[in-house]
Design a protein around this ligand. Structure first.
Ligand code: COA
Length: 330
């Protein structure tokens, strides 16, 4: 442990992801939904999404993604687990506790974190806090979702968007100057807009899409600008913008507002849809594996979600081990 006066940073040292094997194309959706492939592609950027089977759980996806992140990080005892999710497997106990036990991590602190699609960024801030509080030297942050369970059956305004998946990172105690250190984290919420995306239970989601769209662009742009300034960067220094994958039109507008060129913006919504709190770690894992994200890149992460919630942070991307690779990305 470092002396008390030494500032501690949380440094990413492992990353992983998991997707259900079943792929549902827009064409398949059109067989039971009043929509078209052309509408979904042009209005959202989505061509297909991965959907978990009825017997699969958020816990299953979380364990798969986390196991990969753990296998890829240097062997070290993980001392805390944060599971960001909007779709826990039950109200009580927290899904995180059984995820930890499944991973052989019985005994460590483990909690669920509900911050909508911004959950992964809230999770990173929580990991920074665990490390600064000397409660843990290494933290596993997972985003895992079965968002496909939330829309009402037949609701063409939400069914095409929401999908399933998981992503995970391992963070270790380190120094702020190291590659992989999580930069200043900007977070916010505004419950006066709680009605814009709301559900009391699976299958009853209500969303005011156009209003959500407007807030998503404004909040992610503002949070990104604040995070970049807090890190002491200039926007033109940013090599990769990694926005929560809500809608390709939203993320393109965010990039345009920030004057980040299109080729510096990472996207995977075309193949995975909106996977909520899993979206950012899933995209980071894919992009690191296929070379779009390289060691030394200056990266901005930003997200927005139900609540409303929003956030952003910065990372100098580290040199990570990327084997074993997830089956989907080989
Ligand atoms: N297929 C065909 N038509 C559809 C459709 C679909 N899947 N979904 C909606 N429409 C129709 C609407 O019924 C409406 O028809 P009308 O003009 O006859 O009333 C028309 O398309 C336009 O609807 P609108 O809601 O204004 O479309 P939009 O361009 O705003 O796109 C969303 C809708 C949902 C794709 C878009 O608003 C969005 O992505 N919002 C953000 C959602 C989000 O990201 N939520 C999660 C945040 S983390």
């Amino acid at each position: 442990m470092p002396p008390h006066n030494e500032p501690a940073a949380a440094v990413i040292c492992g990353i992983g992801a998991a997707l259900p094997t079943r792929v549902v194309s827009n064409a398949e959706l059109c067989t039971h939904l009043d929509t078209t492939d052309e509408w979904i592609r042009s209005r959202t950027g989505i061509a297909q999404r991965h959907i978990a089977g009825h017997n699969s759980s958020t816990e299953d996806l979380a364990v798969q993604a986390a196991a990969q992140a753990l296998a890829r990080s240097a062997p070290r005892p993980v001392q805390a687990l944060v599971l960001a999710t909007t779709t826990p497997d039950r109200c009580c106990p927290a899904t995180a506790t059984t995820v930890a036990s499944q991973l052989g991590l019985t005994g460590i602190p483990a909690l669920d974190l509900a911050a909508g699609c911004t959950g992964f960024l809230y999770g990173l801030a929580t990991a920074v806090g665990f490390i600064a509080a000397r409660a843990a030297d290494s933290v596993l942050v997972i985003g895992a979702e079965r968002l496909s369970t939330l829309p009402a059956r037949g609701d063409r305004t939400t069914v095409p968007l929401f999908a399933d998946g998981a992503g995970a990172v391992v963070l270790r105690r380190g120094q702020a100057w190291e590659d992989g250190a999580v930069g200043p984290v900007v977070l916010g919420s505004d419950g006066t807009y709680a009605e814009l995306i709301r559900t009391a239970r699976p299958g009853a989601l209500q969303m005011q899409g156009a209003e959500v769209f407007r807030h998503a662009v404004d909040r992610m742009s503002a949070a990104s600008a604040q995070a970049v300034a807090a890190a002491g960067w200039r926007m033109e220094d940013v090599d990769r913008l990694v926005p929560h994958q809500a809608n390709a039109r939203i993320t393109s507008l965010v990039a345009r507002q920030l004057a980040v060129p299109d080729d510096r913006q990472l996207q995977n919504i075309d193949s995975v849809g909106n996977t909520g709190a899993a979206s950012i770690p899933l995209l980071l894992t894919q992009a690191a594996a296929d070379g779009r994200l390289k060691a030394g890149h200056r990266v901005v992460l930003t997200a927005f979600g139900a609540g409303l919630t929003w956030g952003a942070t910065t990372i100098n991307w580290p040199d990570l081990t990327l084997t074993p690779r997830p089956r989907e990305f080989q």
